[in-house]
Design a protein around this ligand. Sequence first.
Ligand code: DX5
Ligand code: ZN
Length: 220
Amino acid sequence: MAQPLISPSILSADFARLGEEVRAIDEAGCDWVHVDVMDGHYVPNITIGPDVVKALRPHTDKVFDVHLMISPVDQYLEDFANAGADIITIHPEAGAHTHRTVQAIKALGKKAGVSLNPATPESALEYLIDDIDLVLVMSVNPGFGGQSFIASQLRKIKAIRKMIDATGRDIHLEVDGGVNPETAKDCVAAGADVLVAGSATFKGGPGQYAKNIAALKGAV
Ligand code: DX5
Ligand code: ZN
């Protein structure tokens, strides 16, 4: 089995030293940088906005994997694109016009992702899959880092892997929430190729990041 790409969620980083933290995970061997944007409306937490993404952009050349948990979302897409997002992922549960939002992300020249909450079935992707570059399966309810992996999502990951393979296109299948070396193994076996990991990357401080990322990559 191929090793997964690792996208550490900076939600678990030290927010007072965010630039240094991004450089540290870059040097520790992360593949992407996962940025969790929360608005206190769609999810019960508030994190960061496009200005912070812009401030972090010079600190690494790695892919900025921006996960928008905000509603409404359309009016902020351009700000995140201009701030340096490479992939912009949105939630169909957060708005009425997901197809329009996906088209808007692509029109900005960015890769478009769609994320499904734990209670959202894979069928929500049926009329979107041909237009998107990434599916993000939430294996916790969005809003906070450090929650436990919801095992029922493995069945959804398997089903989405089949859907993706049937398209014949190169669409990433990413998992977010409660990913650690044990659950990582199950996710990759189910068909995921990108793993978000907040707590499991940042635990123990900067001296541990390389070891933590290697443990996630090696858990296949
Ligand atoms: C939850 C976020 C996740 C979260 C992951 O809403 O989308 O990215 O920070 O954190 P861990 O890896 O600690 O579960
Ligand atoms: Zn996320």
